[in-house]
Ligand binder design. Structure first.
Ligand code: KG4
Ligand code: ZN
Length: 364
């Protein structure tokens, strides 16, 4: 079954074709980062307009790269929330239109549930290049040798960390998960972005800080960690953000090794808390696998620290591939397959975007 995924919840316009929930035949992402950079954050109205311009060409490209036409789509899956309402609206309307015109089932997908699913994706086997533009290069369902099991076993703990959300989950299947805790203030990615702005490093800040922090001393500045006592699975990054601001006020904006040390110390404070809380969740839930997903899941220090601490405590660390960490539509198509299999289809006449869709337990 080939599912077309459409993602327009924030500032990436994305479309993807995924075979049987796992094999990515194409994964096209058009980022609006350049558009929003001058404002230091995403401007919702600009995001919606940019989605409108990009969405049809991006879907076209996804079909071409998968080597199929519109008639080769079996199901349409679209992100319906959470996210920016005007941005979501674009993807949802296009998804509804396509499902109606092609007479195919439509599924509405929860963006966070899709992030949690992203580690299950892989490129299609038996194809020289999954991104080849040749119209005949896409593998068909019968080309692919399937096993029933998904690559990442269940249950597992998932750490979903991005610009909009930071939460810990127990995940029992693609369609069944439970939020154990979440951030009480800033998302981890927001902390990266705000610290980068503070230091004049531009927007978005995660990738820049990750690069600049390499080789820096992680213990150069003793930044606070919010363990939060009884709220052991919740997070808070606003105190850390303030501590960085105070440090810069007192000491000025450092350069060279000083900047490297400051960023490495900040990044360590974020990664340390994320990893320790995930480890604690794994212990309490008696599960032996931790998946890291979402844009901040691309952070090299977070990935290294999780890998190291998991190895020490005999827990399996599963690092979602970088291209499926940041927003993409392959994760939407992948989860869409499971929703369709479960019969969780929606009417193209009534599907509505939901900006405030719950993060806690609903896959659709
Ligand atoms: O998942 P995502 O693409 O969009 C949301 O759903 O929010 O995440 C974007 C966030 C941004 O805050 C960005 O700064 C952060 O992920 N990010 C990173 C890295 N790459 C992206 N944060 C830390 N290290 C990175 N390498
Ligand atoms: Zn996201």
């Amino acid at each position: 079954m080939r599912v077309l995924g459409i993602e327009t919840s924030c500032d990436e316009t994305a479309a993807s074709i995924v075979l049987n929930g796992r094999h990515v035949l194409s994964n096209i992402v058009s980022s609006q980062v350049a558009l929003h950079r001058q404002y230091g954050g995403v401007v919702p109205e600009l995001a919606s307009r940019a989605h409108l311009d990009a969405v049809i060409p991006i879907i076209d490209l996804a079909l071409k790269k998968a080597g199929i036409g519109l008639s080769g789509i079996d199901v349409v899956a679209v992100t319906r929330g959470p996210g920016l309402i005007g941005a979501l609206m674009v993807g949802v309307q296009v998804g509804k239109g396509l499902a109606l015109a092609l007479d195919r089932p439509l599924v509405g997908v929860n963006h966070i549930a899709a992030h949690l699913y992203a580690a299950q994706l892989s490129e299609a086997p038996h194809s020289a290049s999954p991104h080849s533009a040749s119209p005949h290069s896409g593998p068909s369902a019968s080309d692919v040798v399937e096993s029933d099991a998904l690559p990442v076993a269940y249950p597992h703990i998932a750490l979903a960390v991005s610009g909009g959300h930071t939460a810990l989950y127990r995940v029992d299947s693609p369609l069944s998960f439970q939020e154990l805790g979440s951030t009480l203030d800033d998302a981890a990615g927001e902390a990266f972005d705000k610290v980068a702005l503070m230091l004049g490093l531009g927007y978005p800040g995660g990738r820049v800080i990750d690069d600049l922090a390499r080789g820096g001393r992680t213990d150069a500045v003793a930044f606070p960690r919010a363990w939060l006592g009884k709220r052991k699975f919740d997070f808070s990054f606003s105190g850390l953000k303030t501590a960085v601001r105070t440090h810069v006020k007192v000491n000025g904006v450092p350069v060279g090794d000083g900047l490297r040390d400051l960023l490495a110390s900040f990044q360590e404070a974020v990664a340390d808390v994320l990893v320790e809380k995930a480890m604690l969740a794994a212990k309490e839930q008696r599960v032996h696998r931790i998946v890291v997903a979402g844009g901040v899941g691309a952070n090299s220090r977070l990935r290294a620290l999780l890998t190291q601490r998991c190895a020490e405590r005999r827990v399996e660390a599963i690092l979602t591939p970088l291209r499926y960490c940041t927003d993409n539509a392959a994760m939407v198509a992948g989860l869409g397959y499971h929703l369709a299999q479960a019969g969780d289809v929606v009417s193209p006449f009534t599907l509505d975007p939901d900006a405030g869709l719950s993060r806690s337990g609903a896959p659709a």
